[in-house]
Design a protein around this ligand. Structure first.
Ligand code: GLN
Ligand code: ZN
Length: 776
């Protein structure tokens, strides 16, 4: 490879750690199940780090990160680093062991632990989404008397490990403000930022060690600077970096902000006594101009110009044009070139996708391809565009081919989109009238029982699917197998007396992939995995073109299931917002427009299901809430189009066709109006773990439609008994009218075993019967 290195630094901020072939995943899982020793796991990890460093160096990255690697999660690493191990893990100080680390991540007891000899049950740290990504971090826990001590030298070890390979790195550490903000309070609520004076000495101690080992720069990730902050939180940031600068003056801090613009935190960020500031100029290109005007002349600005959240190749010339006027007056030593955020959130290497359509492939860039793009940008700025004329030309050609390709543009879809009218987003009659007609038609008992859709994806189901995918099981045989599974599920549901049945979703690999594979405008990869949490990876579909539905997707399965029973079987679809939020979305259209296209495709499917005789259609919107923007001021705009898309997908039906939706989360207080505006006839939600508390939102809003509050926590192998479910239902009846209540589990049952599901649902039906008898 011929390589010329730019003198403007090139940074990645962090790279994927799972490995091209998911080596880390397999090593972790082998270790957890006792198949390999710790030494082998650590050796795999060491090799992966070395490969990543060498690869970045060879591709012209000059600010190479270290400590961006993690065996599980970088927030958990920070918990271990500062000794914030919650008391229940029995840690007595000293270095946090691998065992303690993984116990915090995965818990111990119940189903989580593979190693023998541990009898105690320990609940893992909670897990939640890292800002608005699909990556999940482990939530730190802080008590009011929290102390911190330096308890892991991981950042130092990895710095030295790279140094031994001849690679000088810039360690990445989660900034102290973001770290405290991401945590939760144990016991009473208190201001976690008040812990800063105790936390900062640990950071300072680490920085001093890094400095002594030869580190000159350290990257502090402070994505909380792009979120809504209170004045005291901004002061805390100034305090923290002032303190670190005073304590360890030898280390230069690059404060990394990403996933959005600094907005009203701009002044705070620019006032920090640090040497560098990273800006996300993909999500917030408009902030470059004010930063250019207001920043200290000696502040190094890391320009996040390549999208670290998406898979598209950039049009490099247009990026250069966009920043030209601002950076024209700058000296080159003020600039670094970087992705918008760490490359953790994109797949590793496009070259592995040998089966992908060549034209589509020419429009994409994964982590290593993005490094190449960064280098070209840096060279264009330092040596002039002529030095990289070929690269710029190739990138412009790819952009032009994408913009003009008939694969991307479907005039029929574009025509339908512009012909959407208001009545298409409204049911014909109001809920009260629809309910009357639906009751007449469906004739269900009070407190109807149902499930959320999927039944256990047993090893046999997965084996058959894999054999079919490998070509070892013919479609005819595979289909016959799925039919047998479906039939057994229908028979069993009838037998135990559920009122509204489901077909079980045995034919579905995943609730988004199953639809994406049948829709036009979607592409699927073979190796483009992205870490979701720990060893878990997902392979999101890529929406590259206008979306349409060439033919019915679920009708035949519904018809088959309904042909076996006289009880109603729900049609089962994934909603447009969820399909959007769990995909890589094209960046040449607003997300709302892409979502509308998906909504029209789902609307077609809804129409065909109704035509085939379905009287109940469930449209799952599991990911509606997680699409909320980071800034509250942007929520309403998102909710407006998200709700509009759900309505577009669901409103084409007759009044007596019952629309269900399902959401598996438990925070509705702040979005209840939007939930009501979706106007689903029935909504099923996750409530069992919160003991129905979240129904308060529905009660105080006077939510008019029907609700199935989950009475069975499907995240646990535990089988709830009748009394427990009746208790939950009693709590629900305090908050809802009897006529509103449905009885169902929290979510789909695909991750559970039949041995758990069978008794749990038998108990659920018994609880419903007892309730009916008592209420009659
Ligand atoms: N219908 C889907 C299922 O039952 C819903 C899954 C979900 O909400 N995550 O599996
Ligand atoms: Zn769910």
């Amino acid at each position: 490879m011929q390589m010329s290195f730019p003198n403007i630094p090139v940074a990645t901020l962090g790279v994927p750690r799972i490995g091209r072939r998911r080596e880390l995943k397999f090593a972790l899982e082998a270790y957890w199940s006792g198949q390999i020793e710790a030494a082998e796991l650590l050796e795999t990890a060491r090799k992966l780090r070395a490969e990543k460093w060498i690869e970045q160096r060879d591709r012209g990255v000059t600010k190479i990160p270290s400590n961006d690697f993690s065996l599980y999660d970088q927030v958990l690493d920070t918990v271990a680093m500062v000794g914030a191990v919650p008391p229940r893990f029995g840690w007595i100080g000293g270095a946090v062991s691998l065992d303690t680390y993984f116990t915090m991540a995965r818990g111990r007891g119940e189903e989580s632990c593979g190693h023998a000899g541990h009898s105690q049950t320990m609940t893992a740290l909670e897990m939640t989404k890292w800002f608005d990504t699909n990556y999940h971090y482990m939530v730190p826990e802080f008590g009011p008397d929290q102390n911190f001590t330096l308890s892991s030298t991981k950042p130092l070890d990895e710095f030295l490990e790279a140094k031994a390979l001849g690679i000088h790195t810039r360690p990445v550490i989660i900034g102290p403000v973001t770290f405290l903000k991401l945590g939760k309070c144990i016991g009473e609520d208190f201001d976690r930022l008040a812990l800063l004076p105790r936390l900062l000495p640990v950071y300072a101690e680490l920085l001093a060690k890094l400095h002594k080992a030869g580190a000159d720069w350290v990257q502090f990730d402070e994505p909380c600077l792009v979120t809504d902050l209170e004045p005291r939180e901004r002061e805390a940031a100034s305090f923290a970096y002032g303190k670190l600068a005073a304590e360890v003056p030898g280390v230069k801090a690059m404060v990394a902000t990403y996933f959005g613009g600094l907005g009203d935190n701009l002044e705070t960020a620019l006032g920090l006594p640090v040497a560098g500031l990273h800006l996300d100029l993909v999500r917030a290109p408009e902030q470059l101009a004010p930063v250019g005007r207001l920043a200290r002349k000696d502040l190094v600005l890391s320009l996040g110009l390549i999208d670290g959240r998406n898979v598209w190749r950039s049009d490099l010339s247009s990026i250069l044009d966009r920043i030209k006027s601002v950076v024209a007056g700058w000296t080159l030593d003020r600039i670094e070139i970087a992705p918008s955020c760490s490359l953790l959130h994109v797949p590793i290497d496009l070259e592995l996708e040998t089966a992908l359509d060549g034209e589509l492939k020419s429009w994409l860039a994964f982590s290593v391809q993005k490094m190449d793009e960064l280098r070209v940008l840096a060279r264009a700025l330092s040596e002039g565009r002529d030095a990289v004329a070929n690269e710029l030309k190739a990138s412009a050609e790819a952009a032009a081919s994408r913009a003009a390709s008939p694969k991307v543009h479907d005039p029929l879809v574009e025509g339908r989109l512009s012909a959407i009218t208001e009545p298409m987003r409204r049911r014909r009659s109001v809920f009260a009238e629809r309910r009357r007609l639906q009751r007449e038609k469906l004739n269900l008992p009070a407190f109807p029982t149902t499930t959320i859709g999927s039944f256990p994806q047993t090893p046999e189901v997965r084996k058959a699917r894999a054999a079919h995918a490998r070509g070892e099981l013919s479609y005819v045989d595979y289909e016959a197998f799925l039919k047998r599974e479906t039939e057994a599920a229908i028979r069993w549901q009838e037998e135990i007396g559920l009122d509204v049945l489901v077909h079980g979703e045995f034919e579905r690999n995943d609730m988004v992939q199953y639809f994406g594979e049948q829709l036009a405008g979607f592409a699927f990869t073979k190796h483009a995995w992205v870490q979701s949490y720990g060893s878990r990876c997902v392979r999101p579909p890529i929406i590259f073109g206008d979306v349409s539905r060439p033919r019915p997707m679920t009708v035949a399965w519904w018809q088959y299931a309904q042909s076996l029973t006289s009880r109603p079987v729900k049609g089962m679809l994934t909603g447009p917002v969820t399909i959007l939020n769990w995909s890589f979305v094209r960046d040449d259209l607003p997300r709302a427009a892409v979502c509308r296209q998906i909504a029209l495709a789902i609307r077609d499917e809804v129409a065909d299901l109704e035509e085939a005789g379905t009287s109940m259609i469930q449209i799952d919107e599991a990911a509606l809430r997680e699409g909320l923007p980071l800034r509250k001021s942007e929520w309403q705009a998102y909710l407006d189009w998200a709700v509009e898309c759900f309505r577009l997908a669901s409103s084409g039906v007759r009044d007596d066709t019952q629309i269900h939706t399902h959401m598996c989360y438990s925070e509705f207080n702040d979005i209840i109006e939007a939930i009501a505006a979706m106007d689903a006839d029935v909504i099923s939600i996750e409530t069992s773990r919160s003991r129905m508390e979240l129904l308060d939102a529905f009660r105080s809003y006077n939510y008019p439609n029907e609700i199935g509050p989950g009475v069975y926590d499907i995240h646990s192998p535990r089988v709830p008994d009748v009394a427990e479910m009746k208790n939950l239902l009693a709590l629900a009846r305090r908050r809802l009218t009897d006529g509103q209540i449905w009885i169902n589990p929290d979510c789909g049952l695909k991750t559970r075993k039949w041995e758990e599901v069978r008794p749990a649902l038998v108990n659920m039906v018994a609880a419903a019967r007892e309730l009916r008898a008592a209420a009659a």
